[in-house]
Design a protein around this ligand. Structure first.
Ligand code: F6R
Ligand code: MG
Ligand code: MG
Length: 373
């Protein structure tokens, strides 16, 4: 029986340094301490703590399966401890994403974002994880389409016999709370029809059609729907499995040679360009952005992450590379173009998607001044 291994990537904005810029060291240290203890107690086999802008990211590899109460509790307690530290230091937005206080075994639906994937370990299993800041849950629809359904992007769809049968996409309708599985290439147009509406339809999972092998999982929770009002952007995460009959790491990364527009950025109320960056630039500045995206690569071995001779997980900081300079440059050009438009649509989101809006107050103030046109 192949070994079953679970990759859990759970994130939360627990408070940040200098507005919504980055997660400071004292909070990362708390996560590091708690995950080390969990590893020493054999709850998890490997971990890696990092940040995507102001979001604290816990990567845990273990053998407990998806939605495991102990793993989720570990993340929940860690986020609370870090949020308390943020409160003591009067960091900005302490406990921002800890929206509900009713933990009963599963962190989903309480504020933090979750991407989890249980895999049967292959001879070698390269994994790429993505974490975004200042954007919303539909931000991965476009690259997931490029990776798993676009033959002009992923060469393997055309020339690797293991992939020519295509892939199955689980699409979640976040308004009706329903999901459907859509198969490409046969239903490519239907898939685009849905997931092109990035505010509503989200790709939550992808499987290889030939044998239903799981190959991608992304977080799709909409904070605004959990809280019942706009309370910050979702800043999604995703896990993608690579190589040997799946898209190669290079095919997973090639869509990010260009920037593209996502919802979020300043006050969660604007379209902004995705900027793929290495961990050293995983921090948000201009207009609270531009929305940043990091990608980390690693290898799974015996229920954990392959480590170096000192027992440290070997992590590849994939966007820390000149191959993505053009995307970063494009992101800056798009950012300046959009900012020149100020608060005029389409630079600003439509009123129903804006996190902040004063339109009701403005209308109320001017109510008596409106006459028949
Ligand atoms: C975006 C985000 C920031 C804040 C902005 C204003 O998701 O978190 O852009 O919306 O910095 O924050 P407040 O209203 O807290 O001053
Ligand atoms: Mg924040
Ligand atoms: Mg954030």
């Amino acid at each position: 029986m192949p070994r079953k291994t679970t990759i859990s990537l759970i994130k939360c904005d627990v408070g940040s340094l200098a507005g919504h810029y980055t997660v400071p060291k004292p909070l990362l240290n708390i996560a590091e301490k708690n995950l080390k203890t969990a590893k020493d107690q054999n709850l998890i086999n490997s971990y890696y703590v990092f940040n995507a802008g102001d979001d604290l990211q816990l990567l845990m590899v273990h053998e407990k399966g998806e939605s495991n109460p102990q793993i989720h509790e570990l993340a929940w307690k860690t986020f609370h401890e870090a949020a308390n530290k943020a409160l003591q230091l009067k960091l900005y937005g302490a406990g921002q994403d800890l929206l509900k206080n009713a933990f009963s075994g599963n962190i989903r639906g309480l504020g933090p974002g979750v991407a989890e994937m249980e895999i049967e370990e292959r001879g070698s299993d390269p994994i790429v994880i993505f974490a975004a800041d200042k954007t919303s849950a539909g931000a991965f629809n476009f690259p997931l389409f490029r990776i798993f359904a676009d033959p002009m992007s992923t060469a393997g769809l055309v020339i690797d016999p293991n992939m020519t049968e295509g892939f199955k996409f689980e699409v979640t309708d976040t308004i009706e709370n329903k999901k459907a599985v859509i198969k490409t290439p046969e239903e490519m147009y239907e898939l685009i029809a849905l997931i092109g509406t990035v505010q509503r339809y989200m790709v939550s999972r992808v499987w290889r059609a030939r044998d239903n092998m799981i190959c991608a999982a992304s977080s799709i929770s909409k904070l605004s729907q959990i809280a019942g009002k706009y309370v910050g952007k979702d800043d999604p995460v995703m896990i993608v499995r690579a190589q040997h009959g799946l898209p190669a790491v290079g095919e997973i990364l090639v869509p990010f040679m260009h920037s593209y527009l996502v919802e979020g950025w300043m006050r969660g109320s604007h379209w902004g360009p995705v900027m793929p960056v290495g961990l050293k630039d995983s921090k948000c500045t201009a207009f609270d952005g531009p929305p940043r995206l990091v990608a980390l690569g690693f290898q799974i071995v015996n229920g954990g992450i392959a480590c170096d001779d000192n027992g440290r997980p070997m992590i590849a900081d994939l966007f820390d590379d000149p191959a993505f300079d053009m995307a970063r440059h494009e992101a800056l050009e798009l950012a300046t173009l959009l900012r020149r438009m100020g608060e005029f649509e389409p630079a600003r989101l439509g009123p129903e998607e804006m996190e902040y809006t004063t339109i009701q107050q403005v209308l109320e103030k001017l109510r008596t001044r409106f006459t028949s046109a």
